[in-house]
Design a binder for this molecule. Structure first.
Ligand SMILES: *Cc1c(COP(=O)(O)O)cnc(C)c1O
Length: 252
């Protein structure tokens, strides 16, 4: 069954082109200000628009507002959306990121349809993705997910295990690790996660990739709707706003 959600009238209104354009404008302005505070260039920043649970119109509106990267957290929903609008690696005009936890038996959907996999967190999954990417004649760009909040129910590697896992990834010919990804603790005041973002930046900066041909540390994906300004100030290169772009979701 097709996993692309139907739009209710409320959702339809939230994702109208004009509404999304205005939200993108406002987010870009806040990014620019955060970059100025941090003395960095806003050009180095990629917005990965989290379109999960929204219908295709959200992607269309985002695209019209100048966004190119879209993120999904369920493999089948990503597959169905990417069938309707091809990812860049297949010659399409959007770049699809799978940002959610992936069961090993769904690795095939990601290898076939996603441009990026941003939640690599264990050897067995890397093994399967490598195998599936090889079958599809491609190299899959990945980010390694770190459990920076330390909460037990969260996915991702413990910070202390990240560098050893990056070393381990050298063996996968069809995966190209490009950096790290994390979800910070859910807090009301984004200042409270500044320390977690700093810790991510340190992990990112201190990995020596010079002897590892399959790893390049060029992307640090941190920051969502409520904490992206702090993420930008602390050196994130990709931010992942969802509700700040498309409004509230009925479910995750
Ligand atoms: C849902 C989700 C987001 C976006 O969350 P918002 O709070 O709506 O910005 C970002 N990253 C991941 C991994 C997500 O699952």
């Amino acid at each position: 069954m097709n996993q692309i959600p139907e739009a209710t009238p409320e959702i339809q209104e939230q994702i109208e082109p004009d509404t999304v354009r205005e939200r993108v404008r406002s987010i870009r302005e806040r990014i620019t200000q955060a970059c100025e505070r941090a003395g960095r260039s806003a050009e180095d920043l990629t917005i990965v628009a989290i379109s999960k649970t929204f219908p295709m119109q959200a992607i269309e509106s985002g695209k019209r507002a100048g966004l190119d990267h879209f993120g999904e957290n369920r493999a089948r929903q990503l597959r169905d959306k990417a069938r309707q609008r091809l990812g860049a690696f297949k010659g399409g005009d959007v770049t699809w990121h799978m940002v959610g936890h992936l069961q090993t038996n769904k690795a095939k959907f990601v290898a076939r349809h996603a441009d990026w996999f941003d939640a690599l967190d264990r050897p067995a999954l890397a093994e399967e993705l490598d195998h599936r990417a090889a079958k599809n004649n491609r190299v899959l760009p990945c980010l390694v997910q770190v459990n920076i909040s330390g909460e037990e129910q969260r996915y991702g590697l413990a910070p202390a295990d990240v560098h050893a896992f990056l070393d381990h990834c050298a063996r996968y010919d069809h995966l190209a690790v490009r950096g790290l990804m994390a979800l910070a603790s859910f807090v009301e005041d984004p200042e409270d996660v500044r320390g977690e973002f700093r810790e991510m930046r340190t992990l990112f900066d201190t990995y020596d990739a010079s002897n590892n041909p399959r790893v390049e540390m060029d992307e640090l994906s941190i920051g969502m709707s409520n904490d992206f300004e702090v993420a930008v100030e602390e050196g994130g290169t990709m931010i992942r706003p969802g509700s700040a772009l498309f409004g509230p979701r009925d479910y995750d």
